[in-house]
Design a protein around this ligand. Structure first.
Ligand code: F6P
Length: 395
């Protein structure tokens, strides 16, 4: 039976959104379904919302961002779930596929009580899903949603920036604090390990300035330049973000950002023996989530999109097209919403933190288990570039 499917992309954009849309459009075409693209996230389903008819030829899966555009519209907070359902019915949409992260899925899971909905995740933060059971070694096949589409491309970008910034750190004997996105989860920050930074600070571990200063001083004396990657979500002893904007988004999140400058300043004060002009910071911000997808991200996103449409065809609503690691490698799998999204009593999705078995908090580095996590995405950890010994002498 032919169906009319609606699709929307919500939250921050990622490089793999168009790939997911392409998978959805291809599968719809093959099944003879009609596809309606709702513009600008949840805003598209409200009165005055905008929509378009989507066919595969319109979508370039190799191009980042989202042709449907996005927003952080929160229908739960504004009490507009009913209005959204009315409009979906008015458009004669049989089922909806929201593509989003924790916020988009929180809204979608409420809407799914009254409207046929199936999801595909996306977020560069990689915080939707759940970790392998705690204790002992990691069973990688137990991670639910091994990675969120969008994460591999952003992770690759940050690793490249970190690798590149080394040349400037070396040339000028600098200590450069590079700030990574990821709000409250350290996945993206940890991925920088593939660009061989010296130290990595994830948000799951509170800021300990004494410890960090001692580590920086020792390493700087040995190496003469450092790249330190810090998450924008680093918190202090009080559990509050080191820096955040006063303005809140519609989901009540303060915008993090700027802690690298604060940490650099703090280290300048704690390490007076190092010239303060040698400590610099670099906020990567949107440079991490813009641009085009890497092949593994694009291809899994296409497959996940196709799977969501197949789910609707088979009346499997309230499911999520996830990405799993199986004996066969990385592949999409359809799981029930309840298996993927852990929720608090208000129905808000609980974000997946970085599994701390992937991080060595004493050395501020990725652990062997962390390297194993990234192996199916990036392959083996490449060798770091070594500068030759110049045998420098005094005149
Ligand atoms: O996409 C997730 C994310 O990149 C977070 O890591 C970040 O804090 C946030 O979005 C900022 O996005 P925006 O400025 O678009 O609200």
């Amino acid at each position: 039976m032919s169906k009319r499917i609606g699709v929307l992309t919500g939250g921050g954009d990622t490089p793999a959104l168009n790939a997911t849309l392409k998978g959805i459009a291809l599968e719809c075409e093959e099944l003879g379904f009609e596809l309606i693209g709702l513009m600008q996230g949840w805003a598209g389903v409200l009165k005055q919302g905008l929509y378009c008819h989507l066919v595969p030829g319109m979508i370039d899966e190799n191009r980042g961002g989202t042709i449907l555009q996005s927003s952080r519209t929160n229908l739960r907070a504004s009490g507009q779930i009913g209005e959204a359902i009315e409009n979906l019915k008015k458009l004669e949409i049989d089922a909806l596929i929201p593509i989003g992260g924790d916020d988009t899925l929180s809204v979608g899971s409420e809407l799914s009580n009254d409207f046929a909905t199936t999801f595909v995740t996306k977020t560069i933060d990689n915080d939707v899903g759940s970790n392998a059971p705690e204790g002992g070694s990691v069973d990688y096949l137990q991670l639910v949603n091994y990675f969120c589409p969008g994460f591999p491309s952003a992770a690759n970008r940050i690793a490249e920036y970190v690798r590149d910034i080394r040349t400037t750190a070396y040339s000028h004997n600098r200590i450069i604090f590079v700030e990574a996105m990821g709000r409250y989860a350290g996945w993206l920050t940890l991925a920088s390990a593939y660009g061989h930074p010296d130290l990595i600070l994830v948000p799951e571990i509170k800021y300990e300035p004494d410890n960090l200063a001692a580590c920086i001083e020792k390493k700087y004396r040995q190496v003469g330049n450092l790249v330190v990657v810090v998450s924008e979500g680093i918190t202090g002893e009080d559990g509050k973000l080191l820096t955040e904007s006063e303005e809140l988004d519609s989901f009540g999140h303060a915008r993090p950002g700027g802690c690298s400058e604060l940490i650099a300043q703090d280290m300048k004060e704690r390490l007076p023996s190092i010239s303060s002009s040698n400590l610099r910071h670099q906020v990567l911000a949107y440079m991490q989530r813009c641009g085009n997808p890497i092949p593994i991200d694009r291809d899994t996103a296409i497959q996940a999109g196709r799977l969501a449409v197949q789910a609707i065809k088979n009346d499997k609503i309230n499911h999520v097209a996830t990405i799993m690691r199986t004996e066969n490698g990385i592949e999409p799998q359809l799981l029930h919403l309840e298996r993927v999204l852990k929720r608090d009593e208000d129905g808000r999705v609980i974000r997946r933190s970085l599994d701390l078995r992937f991080y060595n908090a004493e050395s501020f580095r990725i652990s062997e288990a962390g390297i194993e996590y990234f192996r199916p995405i990036f392959g083996n950890l490449p060798e770091s570039f070594q500068y030759p010994d110049l045998n420098i002498q005094y005149i």
